[in-house]
Design a protein around this ligand. Structure first.
Ligand code: DQA
Length: 142
């Protein structure tokens, strides 16, 4: 079975309670359950951390044998050279996703240290951004 992993960065564990007007009211657990039940012929793992180094270690760990990574590095997107370098270093293709439209928000959210090293970026479709990323991997022959 093909293997995808969703990697979520800081504060995304608070989905459902954190700024629901920006990030929606579905919890991460409920959302992941829906996705896993929908795509039963793909193994979809999940990892969330509030710690930059843990995200880098996970990217390194899965980055040579998983078929795809869906990465929402959250605030680290806009600050982390280290996560950008990790994405650049691995063989597994990465799709960067964001729930909110970061380009419609503060200027500091317009920069991504990760995007240049990804296959592509999906921004602003709510939780659907993750599903569009899964579908992009499927469309590309996953
Ligand atoms: C986010 C956008 C980031 O700017 C923000 O820091 C987040 C979430 C999103 O999914 O919309 O925590 O990555």
């Amino acid at each position: 079975m093909k293997k995808l992993i969703i990697i979520n960065g800081p504060n995304l564990n608070l989905l459902g309670t954190r700024e629901p007007d920006v990030y929606g009211s579905l919890t991460l657990v409920d959302f992941l359950e829906t996705i896993k039940n929908k795509y039963t012929n793909i193994e979809i793992d999940h990892f969330q951390s509030n710690i930059e180094g843990e995200l880098i270690s996970k990217i390194q760990e899965v980055g040579f044998d998983f078929d795809g990574i869906i990465l929402n590095a959250a605030a680290y997107t806009h600050t982390s050279v280290g996560i950008g370098d990790a994405v650049r270093a691995i063989a597994t293709p990465v799709v960067e996703v964001h729930i909110s439209n970061t380009f419609a928000r503060e200027d500091f959210r317009h920069q991504s240290f990760i995007a240049p090293h990804t296959k592509g970026v999906i921004v602003g479709f709510g939780l659907q951004s993750y599903e569009l990323a899964i579908q992009s991997f499927i469309n590309d022959g996953l």
